[in-house]
Design a protein around this ligand. Structure first.
Ligand SMILES: C[S@@+](CC[C@H](N)C(=O)[O-])C[C@H]1O[C@@H](n2cnc3c(N)ncnc32)[C@H](O)[C@@H]1O
Length: 398
């Protein structure tokens, strides 16, 4: 499904009739958020950058998609993430963390954007079974509502390990350990650009009297992306850049004394991301398991994401003094961390079938296996041969 844009770059938008009707309560919630965003647009003189729109739509206190009360993850929500599909994902990730922690004598884990808390609970269980528990498992989560959900999940699934978990508001000044972030970078606000007459114009958001719409904001500042500057894009080509992700990696670089950062997300190298044929960018929205590309549908009730430019993350890491230890597909990362061993001790046919379905979902190229990538950054671990990148390391493609 595509929203329709005319030549001025203003979106005619999708018709709301295509989407399941939200409850009255959810509609009121969305209307309250619309007011907040309209105020921001008025204050800014009629248009705001798309990054500001996305930040408010996802994180406005109490109203944004991640800060409000809607269900989000799982079958009754809007999308499922790998840890919600299967504990096998978190078990494999935990094995990779354990290898790095043991090799480098590290005893802290830090998770960004822990969602419903499922990955934290399943990783802690796996680490416990390997006698490789970290002394502390720190969580940084922007959404107060999700922090509460994470506490509930961990209290239910790992009450005996809860004392090791701490929620923190900001990055510590210094940290040695392993950092994990699954589907966090794709939720960072992006700037939206459009090619016109050989220039990159920034696309902002206005209120057209009825709903939000795209509006050009003038020429985009230069230096946003090297790959983009080299791209010979056709008229009307649209794409995104995420300067916030670079800032975030720089902060992680400042913080990390010794350790590993594992980033898992859907995305590509710069060359694939800014490919002449990817004319409509990578913006994607999820509302009740429908994926579409109109970010102005029911603000606050739908997720808004963009794919991740992994080359940009690697460049930021190098600039921050970190090393890039590996880059591979989710499938290869999971197999490298013993995914197939999950099936070995299972005799019961029903469980075998269920696990096989989960493995397919996580690894098939047509599902999450190839679209999702894993990148390892860090410092002080050059000697460690990370298991997750042993089968296929694609750093050469970045
Ligand atoms: C798509 S969800 C993924 C949740 C979880 N990691 C999972 O795999 O199920 C994105 C998560 O990242 C959080 N988030 C986004 N930006 C963040 C940031 N800069 N710092 C901490 N959390 C962030 C959101 O609030 C949300 O919990």
């Amino acid at each position: 499904m595509k929203s329709i844009e005319d030549e001025s770059g203003r979106g005619a938008g999708s018709s709301l009739e295509q989407f399941p009707l939200p409850s009255d309560e959810a509609q009121h919630h969305s209307e309250a958020l619309i007011e907040v965003i309209r105020d921001a647009i008025d204050t800014a003189g009629g248009v705001i950058g798309f990054d500001r729109y996305m930040q408010l739509a996802l994180y406005a206190p109490g109203l944004g998609y991640y800060s409000g009360g809607s269900r989000k993850f799982g079958a009754e929500g809007d999308f499922v993430t790998a840890p919600e599909i299967s504990p096998l994902f978190s078990q494999c990730l935990a094995r990779q963390c354990a290898q790095a922690m043991q090799a480098a004598k590290l005893d802290q884990l830090l998770e960004f954007g822990a969602g419903a808390g499922t990955m934290a609970a399943d990783m802690l269980l796996q680490l416990e079974s390997m006698q490789a528990l970290p002394k502390t498992y720190l969580i940084i989560e922007l959404s107060a509502e999700l922090r509460q959900r994470q506490l509930e999940t961990l209290t239910r699934k790992v009450p005996h390990l809860l004392e090791r978990v701490q929620w923190i508001e900001h990055l510590p000044d210094s940290f040695s350990g392993v950092v994990v972030a699954n589907e966090v970078v794709d939720a960072m606000p992006v700037r939206r650009l459009r090619r016109q007459a050989g220039r990159w114009l920034e696309q902002g958001v206005c209120w057209d009297g009825r709903r939000f719409a795209w509006q050009e904001m003038g020429e985009a500042q230069s230096g946003l992306s090297e790959a983009l500057e080299e791209l010979d894009a056709n008229e009307g080509y649209r794409t995104e850049v995420c300067p916030l992700a670079r800032d975030w990696i720089m902060e992680l670089g400042d913080m990390l004394q010794k350790g590993l950062i594992l980033l898992i997300d859907y995305g590509y190298s710069s060359r694939e991301y800014y490919h002449p044929e990817r004319r409509a960018g990578t913006l994607m929205c999820h509302y009740r398991h429908r994926a579409h590309d109109d970010p102005f549908v029911y603000p606050g009730l739908q997720d808004i994401t963009a794919h991740v430019d992994f080359t940009a993350l690697a460049e930021a890491a190098l600039d921050a003094g970190l090393s890039v230890y590996g880059y591979t597909s989710q499938a290869m990362f999971l197999f490298g961390n013993g995914l197939e061993s999950a099936m070995v001790d299972v005799d019961e046919p029903e469980t075998q079938y269920r696990l096989a379905q989960q493995v397919k979902h996580l690894t098939l190229p047509t599902e999450m296996g190839e679209r999702f990538k894993v990148m390892a950054l860090g410092t002080g671990l050059a000697e460690v041969e990370l298991m997750g990148f042993a089968l296929n390391d694609m750093r050469g493609k970045l």
